[in-house]
Design a protein around this ligand. Structure first.
Ligand code: 5AD
Ligand code: SF4
Length: 460
């Protein structure tokens, strides 16, 4: 059951850029036997962002309702669903590798059907893959409900706004508040594969959060491509976040856009005890010239001001970002500007990407391609700057006593993975269950994670 919110955010720290809590149930469902007396089995493999993890949860429910037992290995599965990412070319390369392996298993008769879902499924390229690898079902991001029919459930209609809850019953859960994106960043395929923004009504979101909390969820992550663009008549994201933070004992959100981020939202993070003090705000570049070319809709000055407000409102909070190096037209001066911004903003973590040309995006046809060796050098320079900074910020946490939310129970090494109220990832030697809290002293730090001593005693 749910419990009262934890009212202790006094020890705020920085984060090392982990992902949002991910819940992937490994339980086998009790599936009825098929006509031949065999158990029907399915394997879902997820690539990419939290939106995909969430979509996979919903597909998992469908296959379970259809009587499939979930298995972890391809060779044990009658049906394999690949829920894919399309954001960069290496994501597609990975999927090709898996499709090749699945093709072989199909020939051997070990896997019977393969479905390709997610962003790659929504792209033109999926048609070529379908032919080349003999894929049985291709689903985009807007018609995942067709999987239901494919596995023998009655057809079900679904709007773009996913009203189907995903992970009810888990200690942490994703709640989608909007889908799609109204921006047109030069390099990005998301608007093509996920469509325009559709916001879910506030009452609908709050109702789902309430249900989740009643069913035992203790950590809710609000999801969307640009969550801070959420709106409903005069209400903005900040109003929704505030409502959700009243309902759930622990709340985080991702991902945001600097043009939509309101100061009052940043202040709310600092004020509300139930909101994790971690902000992920993709900047992409520190150069105004590049930001314009990318159609980001803000200059670096606005970004810096937002960060100032955040640091003031959440002094011990953690900040992460996304950066693209080697976008067409990026000069050495532009790169220097990015390094300057990295230094000024003192990020706790960053996802750094080398530009990957995506078919159908504006940047794929822009002149001024950056040579691979230059892009690689810039990539390493940005990465190094981020890591050095993150490492020294993390070291400042040594000696502090933190209230840690256990996200994943301990594995072979006896260490659980937890998160401080500031969003720092912490390894902590405890057998406390996921969803519970422990209090422990930070003993050491790396660039990506903190290490805690054995907790004094479980809190709850
Ligand atoms: N090339 C490289 N990085 C990209 N991203 C999005 N599209 C591309 C691309 N074509 C990065 C951006 C975005 C993150 C999710 O992926 O930094 O914020
Ligand atoms: Fe892509 Fe830009 Fe939309 Fe983010 S804001 S999903 S980078 S188009």
């Amino acid at each position: 059951m749910s419990s009262a919110p934890i009212r202790n955010k006094s020890n705020k720290t920085s984060d090392a850029g982990g992902t949002a809590p991910i819940l992937l149930s490994k339980k086998l469902s009790r599936a009825p036997s098929s006509a031949r007396g065999e158990l029907k089995t399915a394997c879902i493999r997820t690539f990419g962002c939290q939106m995909n993890v969430h979509d996979s949860d919903r597909m998992r429910r469908m296959i379970r309702d259809a009587g499939y037992a979930e298995v972890q290995r391809y060779e044990d599965a009658d049906l394999v669903v690949l829920n894919t990412c399309y954001i960069r070319e290496n994501a597609v390369d990975r999927v090709r590798g898996h499709l090749g392996e699945l093709g072989r298993l199909k020939k051997e008769g070990r896997v019977k059907k393969v479905a390709l879902a997610g962003c790659l499924g929504a792209a033109e390229e999926a048609k070529d893959l379908e032919r080349a690898y003999g894929i049985d079902l291709v689903l985009g991001t807007h018609n995942t409900y067709e999987l239901a029919e494919f596995v023998g459930l009655p057809g079900m209609q679904e709007t773009h706004t996913p009203n189907l809850p995903g992970t009810e019953g888990g200690h942490s859960a994703f709640v989608t508040i909007m889908t799609g994106c109204n921006y047109k960043c030069s390099y990005c395929v998301v608007p093509t594969v996920r469509g325009r923004m559709v916001c879910r009504p506030m009452e609908n979101v709050v109702e789902e959060v309430r249900r989740l909390v009643i069913s035992g969820t203790r950590y809710v992550t609000l999801l969307g491509q640009t969550v801070d663009a959420w709106r409903e008549s005069s209400k903005r994201f900040c109003d929704l976040l505030e409502r959700v933070a009243e309902e759930a004992p622990r709340v985080w959100f991702t991902t945001s856009h600097p043009s939509n981020m309101e100061d009052r939202t940043l202040r709310l993070i600092g004020e509300k005890d139930t909101i994790v003090g971690r902000l992920h705000l993709p900047v992409q570049s520190g150069s105004d010239r590049m930001l314009k070319l990318m159609h980001r809709g803000y200059r670096s000055g606005r970004y810096r001001r937002k960060i100032e407000v955040f640091r003031e409102a959440v002094p011990d909070g953690s900040l992460s970002t996304d950066i693209i190096v080697g976008h067409p037209g990026e000069t050495e001066e532009d790169h220097e500007e990015t390094l300057r911004l990295v230094e000024d903003c003192s990020f706790d973590a960053a996802y750094v990407f080398k530009f990957s040309p995506r078919q159908g995006t504006e940047a794929a046809n822009l002149p001024g391609a950056v040579p691979e060796d230059v892009a690689q050098r810039r990539f390493l320079e940005v990465l190094r700057a981020i890591e050095q900074n993150a490492f020294s910020r993390n070291r400042r946490k040594i000696g502090s006593v933190e209230e840690i939310y256990i996200r994943h129970g301990h594995t072979g090494d006896g260490k659980a993975v937890g998160e401080t109220w500031s969003g720092h990832a912490v390894h902590v030697p405890t057998d406390a269950k996921p969803g519970s809290y422990v209090t422990a002293k930070i003993e050491s730090a790396g660039p990506h994670v903190l290490y805690a001593a054995e907790p004094a005693k479980p809190l709850r």
